[in-house]
Design a protein around this ligand. Sequence first.
Ligand code: 13P
Length: 250
Amino acid sequence: MAAPKALVAGNWKMNGLKASVQEIEDLQKLISEKNVHCDVLVCPPATLLAHAIEATKGSSIAIGGQDCHTARAGAHTGDISAEMLKDLGCSHVIVGHSERRSDHGEDNDMVRAKASAAQREGLVAIICVGETEAERDNGQTLAVVTEQVVASLPEEAEAINTIIAYEPVWAIGTGKTPTAADVAEVHAAIRSVLKERFGESGDEVRILYGGSVKPDNAAELMAVENVNGALVGGASLKAESFYGILQAYG
Ligand code: 13P
């Protein structure tokens, strides 16, 4: 079966003011001048979602949220539901990012409930997994990551509305990346879990790599087997560097 079309997603995290939406417009301009052979998604902070959606109307850039609540609506001050993201025009939402797991104590059960809420509303859930440095040093990487994938996948998830992002915690924002062989090993393990879970269509689920992806290492990382795109933090904040990463699929 052919590999799924790649997706390169930018996670702006808690960065960006209204003026930053210009970066998305600049990115759009760059893409329209020279097409790239991957799908492109930007996940700005919640405050910029409406602006970003307005700015990308009619373009090929999709917009997604960085988190959602497990409930549709209710007394949850400060939270945002998947229904609200869908209503705005988002197509995707990131769930279980390691910063949510550590800053907000989100465990696999919580992540699974969030992914389920997203999929119920017709959003694609980007479920993040990844080992800490200590877990890697202890040789636990494959066990930790496969356990996270199994436990974070909702029962009713389908290949079509599921994306897995493998982000080693120690590679996020550090400039460190695993070797291509290490990435290949983890992505192959995730692929096995997905095939066990979804059968043949497990091959259609995109598995993204994230953690210090930059224009100068993107081509090597994206060429690894079972890597179907990237989840990019810091380098997605500027149109030029994000576009540099998209060039891996130029
Ligand atoms: P960096 O690309 O800044 O390392 O962040 C990766 C990440 O956490 C994306 O979700």
